[in-house]
Design a protein around this ligand. Structure first.
Ligand SMILES: N[C@H](CCC[C@H](N)C(=O)O)C(=O)O
Length: 276
């Protein structure tokens, strides 16, 4: 079976995108894992499916699978690539879209300069909604990783995130502590783990160990989570430049009950077909 796909990337966080608006591509977990493998397959962090939506005032449905084959609720860099894809493929002539995901509606807007701003919705702080095992909402939570005690912010941007403050992003224990925290029992659905170095109140450096992938060059929802945690700690302003290994995102959050806005690029890499 030959399947056409589009390769795209947002700050080096890369995606294989399938147009299922007029197809019915359905892949097994093993097939997803194979496609995501960088030497034996095509190679990507996530696979994205574009689907039609039958809901009023909703333009498309957006499904996301991590490289490990698991379907997840949200992907920020993928949302920008999704918006660029549906416009470039002529699936819509709109520049403001409403997209349905497993964690609710997000609203990408194509900017004049080609960047894309996505309304990622209101962050969820209640432990039950993250989900994270804790008795009540805290600014930071003490958590044991092995025999070491850490403090984390815990938050959902539709998907679960842990955020740690570090003095130096270069020496952050992304592969060790990131991997362990991602699988920590207090995160019943696992978690994405961000390491944030605050440069000043409108600039941070960030590295992210993504659930189901490992460290990526950028994580859009991770950038949103880090800025919300930093603002709640009174360390960040309402507009923050997030410096990730793959490039910069601008994140805006006006405070409690406000949606998080993420602005950044989305780049087409190539068209391809894969034999399954
Ligand atoms: N690994 C994430 C999904 C992709 C998020 C990331 N690529 C982004 O840009 O937000 C999770 O398991 O929730």
């Amino acid at each position: 079976m030959q399947i056409a796909f589009t390769k795209m990337q947002g700050l080096g966080n890369d995606f294989i995108i399938f147009d299922n608006t007029s197809n019915s591509i359905s892949l097994t977990t093993e097939q997803i894992r194979f496609i995501a493998r960088r030497r034996f397959g095509v190679g990507c962090d996530q696979l994205l499916f574009v689907e039609a939506s039958n809901k009023p005032n909703v333009d498309f449905r957006y499904r996301i699978f991590n490289a490990d084959g698991e379907e997840v609720q949200q992907c920020g860099n993928g949302a920008r690539c999704f918006a660029r894809f549906v416009v470039d493929k002529g699936l819509t002539d709109k520049k403001n879209l409403v997209i349905e995901t497993h964690s609710g509606l997000i609203c990408p807007q194509i900017e004049e300069n080609g960047d894309i701003t996505v309304n990622m919705g209101v962050p969820r702080l209640n432990p039950v909604d993250i989900p994270f095992n804790a008795d009540k909402v805290e600014l930071q939570y003490p958590i044991m990783v092995g025999t070491d005690l850490y403090k984390i912010g815990a938050i959902s941007i539709g998907n679960p995130h842990a955020v740690l403050l570090v003095d130096s992003i270069e020496t952050a224990p992304v592969e060790t502590v990131g991997a362990k925290l991602s699988l920590h029992h207090r995160f019943p659905q696992r978690a994405n783990v961000s390491f944030m170095q605050i440069i000043d109140n409108s600039n941070i450096k960030l590295r992210v160990y993504e659930r189901g992938v490992g460290e990526t060059l950028a994580c859009g929802t991770g950038a949103c989570a880090a800025v919300v945690v930093g603002q709640r700690l009174k360390r960040l302003d309402s507009i923050v430049t997030v410096n990730l290994p793959g490039g910069q995102l601008q994140i805006q959050w006006a405070g409690p009950d406000a949606a998080v806005l993420m602005t950044g690029p989305a780049v087409h890499v190539f068209e391809g077909t894969i034999e399954l």
